[in-house]
Write a new protein. Structure first.
Length: 349
């Protein structure tokens, strides 16, 4: 069952609801984000993704047609993976918009502001996923995107989203092409309340990618590799939390991927490309739980959440949320999913 999000008041964190799912007991409870200090415990660690959201939707022209180019990643230099979409407005379902023209390596697009971009690679799975290299780089590229791009829009929203609406309170480096939206309910007041409870706060930066491409088959390949930077101090905080018996709670599926990928590569800090795809068969080594938006069984994120809690429990909880009127999608209500306790090594996280 898909939860339908009402258009009214959907951008207000004050109205958010929180579904609590406990895999150890199978219990499902209904709360508000203000209840997070009671649902977590002193000594737990909350890990945030502090990536700021870029205006990653750009107008484009190719083969005489007006198109939309959505950046799938951000880098100040070199080529960028992106998705090309056919004509249409944000009010239309991306899957129903006309297919864009097929472009080949070496062809050029004209992007917003008259900037040229050369096609340097085409995904063999779908011609709409391209790697393009704009003629600008560095600060000039960042300024251009902010001057001529728009945030990725969602047709279920009542109004056009401004860039300030798709930023978390603690957003820092501009790496995300869509908002790491699980952190939206975490206002400064709520973060201070968690600290007062004795819950630790740490951060990393992970370039959240696109949630949809307009091609259902290509959507099934999401998430794609994403750029991630894990600070050494966050790695130390994870190590100390686990050694003391606390739980590591990821804020968003991007943080789950980042931390589980760090565990898989031997717990090294620094910047890496994360290509780990999680599912129910994954043995968790880093994350005890996740704060996430509401995702149903028909969504790609549900597969990742199945690495934390059994799919049957998640499906049951999702049905309860739908019946209770929870709001879905990127900026809707949230769920705190706590997995069964992991076996903890004696000396390493």
């Amino acid at each position: 069952m898909t939860v339908q999000m009402p258009a009214a008041s959907w951008v207000s964190p004050a109205d958010d609801r929180l579904l609590h799912i406990d895999a150890a007991t199978g219990a499902v409870g209904h709360h508000r984000p203000d209840d997070l200090p009671d649902l977590l415990a002193p000594g737990d660690l909350l890990v945030l993704n502090d990536a700021a959201t870029l205006p990653a939707s750009l107008s484009a022209t190719a083969h005489g047609r007006r198109l939309e180019l959505r950046l799938a990643e951000w880098r100040r230099e070199g080529p960028l993976w992106a998705v090309l979409m056919g004509e249409g407005s944000w009010r239309e379902d991306t899957d129903l918009r006309p297919a864009p023209p097929t472009l080949h390596v070496g062809e050029r697009l004209t992007l917003a502001g008259g900037i040229a971009a050369r096609v340097v690679a085409v995904d063999p799975r779908s011609p709409r996923r391209l790697q393009v290299e704009p003629e600008l780089s560095g600060d000039a590229r960042l300024s251009w995107v902010h001057a001529h791009g728009a945030p990725v829009q969602y047709r279920y929203a009542a109004d056009v989203l401004g860039l300030q609406v798709v930023q978390n309170a603690y957003a820092a480096r501009p790496w995300a092409v869509e908002m790491p939206s699980a952190g939206r309910p975490l206002t400064w007041a709520r973060l201070h309340a968690l600290r007062a409870r004795g819950v630790g706060i740490a951060r990393l930066t992970h370039g959240a990618g696109l949630s949809a491409t307009g091609d259902p088959a290509l959507d099934q390949t999401l998430p794609w590799p994403e750029r991630s930077d894990l600070p050494a101090e966050t790695l130390r905080a994870v190590r100390a939390t686990r050694a003391a018996g606390g739980r590591v709670i990821a804020v968003g599926t991007t943080v789950v991927r980042a931390l589980e990928a760090a565990a898989a590569r031997g717990w090294t800090a620094g910047e890496h490309e994360v290509d780990l795809v999680l599912d129910a068969g994954h043995r968790r080594r880093a994350v005890d739980g996740v704060l996430t938006n509401m995702h149903g069984p028909d969504e790609s994120h549900f597969r990742l959440l199945s690495a934390i809690a059994p799919p049957a429990l998640l499906a049951r909880a999702h049905a309860q949320a739908a019946a209770a009127g929870y709001r879905a999608h990127e900026l809707g209500d949230v769920a705190l999913i706590l997995g069964e306790p992991m076996q903890r090594p004696a000396r390493h996280p």
